[in-house]
Design a protein around this ligand. Structure first.
Ligand code: FAD
Length: 382
């Protein structure tokens, strides 16, 4: 499939690629070791407008459409996935609810600071008892006069420890449950009754923090409801659907980087008196890596294009997330194999990509759940 980018977008793509290669990559190892993203990279990301890629221009962002956003995220996926996670959780699931579903008042109040990167966003749906089955959430919000009172615990929340604003889903009508009884709220970090847990220790995604977010009689102004009361579950599905395309784009970018690293290593590494790249076994791995990556890119861009055309995209977004994350894991595995023992060493980036690939099959809906969504869509129409 052919994606035609306009001149400005081509410039932006090149600018992000340059930023990633020249400014972020030199710090990738440091991020990995120290579990901290250097502040100057955050500041540079703000300057480049990266925190506002999905926020419309009228609210201070650069308002990219879905194809353009996927193009940027693919470039970002070429570098440290923890660094990218900070930005993509903010611009994706953290912002989409506000951008697509909130009142003008909420948009004007929060989006400009979010677009500038001065307020970091997070998305809080998962709970200890409600992961794949998000309909089972127990966090509740009860209306008292002109405010809501929320109680409950969210967990594994990306940007949880550092966010300023959270899109949070809570039961507002237990009887109705997911069918009209879940509501989305925009909650500020400083609202009374909100605390964040300690940073989770994870397999990878260093520099990106997750934690619990706890609500104990948290007071939320009435105006901070996102969308309609009771329609929060539909909102969550919409937000996650678009987020999945972004996740797929990042995975495609990481695959591209892994292919380049592997090809370079295979040409340099001499065994049996010749570069290992001369062996058909290595060439076949590279060929499969590249073929699957192109297929993942096509699926991702097709889903993004459908979003831009205003079409229903649930199935395609799930397909893109499922396929691109599986491909990322297969490509990372082959990249480690091509690097031999060096691929297992922390000083080589493929080791980090291999660990960071794993989460893409789990978060924003596991790949088993993506298969359920795809199958349900097929069964509905056939
Ligand atoms: C690093 C990280 C960051 C995250 N960031 C966020 C975030 O920002 N916001 C947020 O809300 N959540 C976030 N999450 C939570 C994430 O979305 C959930 O972990 C994920 O949805 C899976 O839920 P679970 O962990 O409870 O697994 P479970 O739902 O307990 O699933 C366990 C296993 O059972 C399988 N399974 C469950 N039900 C079925 C079924 N019906 N059919 C077949 N298989 C099934 C699953 O696929 C999985 O393999 C994050 C998680 C991690 C680890």
């Amino acid at each position: 499939m052919t994606i035609t980018l306009n001149k400005e977008m081509l410039q932006m793509k090149n600018m992000i690629r340059n930023f990633v290669e020249k400014e972020v990559e030199p710090y990738a190892q440091q991020i990995e070791e120290e579990d901290v993203i250097p502040q100057h990279l955050v500041e540079k990301s703000k300057e480049l407008g990266l925190f506002g890629i999905s926020i419309p221009e009228q609210y201070g962002g650069i308002g990219l459409n879905a194809v353009e956003k996927a193009t940027v995220l693919e470039q970002l996926g070429r570098t440290h996935n923890g660094f990218v996670s900070l930005i993509s959780a903010h611009t994706g699931i953290g912002s989409t609810g506000l951008v697509k579903l909130a009142s003008e008042h909420l948009k004007n109040k929060y989006l400009p600071e979010m677009a500038a990167g001065n307020k970091i966003a997070a998305f809080a749906l998962s709970e200890p008892g409600a992961g794949s089955d998000a309909t089972n959430l127990t966090t509740s919000a009860v209306k008292k006069g002109d405010y809501w009172v929320m109680n409950g615990t969210k967990h594994f929340i990306t940007n949880g420890p550092i966010a300023d604003v959270y899109t949070v889903f809570a039961l507002t009508d237990k009887e109705k449950g997911a069918k009209g009884g879940i509501t989305a709220f925009l909650i500020e970090r400083d609202f009374p009754g909100l605390t964040v847990g300690k940073k989770d220790k994870k397999m990878g995604l260093r520099g990106s923090y997750t934690s619990q977010v706890i609500f104990e009689d948290c007071i939320i102004p009435e105006e901070n409801v996102i969308g309609e009361v009771g329609m929060g579950y539909m909102s969550a599905l919409k937000i996650l659907g678009e987020g999945r395309v972004g996740l797929a784009a990042r995975a495609v970018g990481s695959c591209g980087k892994l292919i380049e690293l592997s090809a370079k290593y295979a040409k340099e590494r001499i065994q049996f008196g010749k570069p290992i790249a001369d062996n058909q076994a290595i060439q076949w791995m590279l060929a499969d890596m590249a073929t699957e990556t192109e297929a993942a890119r096509a699926l991702t861009m097709m889903a993004a294009q459908k979003i831009d055309e205003g079409k229903k995209v649930i199935k395609e977004a799930s397909m893109a997330k499922l396929f691109a994350s599986d491909v990322f894991n297969r490509v990372a595995d082959k990249a480690v194999q091509i690097h031999g023992g060096m691929g297992y060493m922390a000083e080589y980036p493929v080791e980090r990509f291999y660990r960071d690939a794993r989460i893409t099959k789990i978060y924003e809906g596991t790949n088993e759940i993506q298969r359920l969504i795809i199958a349900r869509n097929i069964l509905e129409v056939c």
